[in-house]
Design a protein around this ligand. Structure first.
Ligand code: C2E
Ligand code: MG
Ligand code: MG
Ligand code: MG
Length: 278
């Protein structure tokens, strides 16, 4: 019903557009409430050492316990949170929650445990400087900066963000380049320095069984990363064959449904206590 108000005037507000504007508004209001009422939850996915099968790292992955829609995955709200700037407060909550969890695990499981947290580029802009808040929070907790690592995408490794990330890393936090291979000018991001780990994106990992060229690409990334002193994590490992191929290629860590989906903290703790590949 695009035609409204009579005459020949066409209105752009189709029912579909109206619906999506409405749902965007609902999302905005819902997210503001979610921040106030802390409706977020953290799930944790193990990052498994391919050499030993041990779990010393876990990635913190955000969920929104929506009052009516159930547990929402990041794809349903992070893009909007980023576009609206709300990701800064949400991301702060995520970091603090993950840091508390890391502290608990270090006491209960061991000093080697590390939690990685995702950060959007909007959280790293000058003037926002979460680095100060985060480092201060870790000091309050008595948590060593080594207990935490930050995952950023290639797009976040730019001018201003680099300075923030450099500060965090100088204090002892580690830095992972997330979803590697999906952005532009990828290889130069590896050589720019300031990274500890590279995560090979799931899209490459998912094709290593079928496509010799994808495996060759993974091997090249691993070799280049190692020459540059970086460790490599394969994302989205779902089959034993993928795991074997990546292990043979020299990959250091793997993460994916083969080992475990993201789970609540107590389950991650159980997984970390068991040696999963042996
Ligand atoms: P990511 O950082 O690349 O996280 C990996 C995503 O892949 C997670 O989706 C995880 O559940 C999924 N995954 C893990 N293993 C497998 C597998 O074997 N197969 C398949 N098909 N998928 C697998 P999730 O939890 O939905 O998170 C999506 C994205 O949302 C994350 O991608 C990250 O970019 C973003 N995100 C999550 N939590 C936060 C947060 O606290 N802050 C910010 N800024 N972004 C976050
Ligand atoms: Mg990540
Ligand atoms: Mg990723
Ligand atoms: Mg990915």
């Amino acid at each position: 019903n695009a035609r409204r108000g009579g005459g020949n005037r066409y209105c752009y507000y189709t029912p579909e557009l109206q619906a999506s504007a409405q749902s965007r508004q609902a999302l905005a209001a819902g997210l503001r409430e979610a921040i106030e009422k802390e409706q977020f939850e953290m799930m944790y996915q193990p990052i498994v050492s391919l050499a030993t099968g041990e779990v010393h790292k876990a990635e913190a992955l955000l969920r929104w316990r929506h009052p009516t829609r159930g547990l929402l995955e990041p794809a349903e709200f992070i893009p909007y949170a980023e576009a609206s700037g709300m990701i800064v407060r949400i991301g702060d909550w995520a970091f603090r929650q993950a840091a508390r969890q890391a502290g608990e695990w270090r006491e209960r499981i061991g000093d080697g445990m590390q939690v990685t947290v995702n950060a959007s580029s909007a959280q790293l802009r000058p003037g926002i400087e979460p680095s100060r808040g985060w480092l201060g929070f870790m000091r309050e907790l008595g948590l060593a900066p080594e207990a935490m690592a930050i995952e950023v995408k290639e797009s976040a490794l730019q001018q201003d963000a680099n300075e923030r990330l450099r500060q965090l890393r100088e204090e002892g936090m580690q830095l992972l380049l997330d979803d590697f291979g999906t952005g532009l000018s990828s290889l130069s991001k590896l050589t720019a320095g300031g990274l500890d780990y590279v995560k090979i994106d799931r899209t490459f990992v998912s094709r290593v069984e079928e496509e010799g060229s994808e495996l060759a690409l993974c091997e090249a990334i691993i070799a280049a990363a190692h020459r540059l002193g970086l460790k490599v994590v394969a994302e989205g490992v779902e089959t034993r064959v993928q795991c074997a191929l990546l292990t043979d290629a020299g990959c250091d860590y793997a993460q994916g449904y083969l080992f475990s989906p993201p789970v609540p903290a107590p389950e991650l703790e159980e997984l970390a206590r068991a040696r999963m590949l042996h």
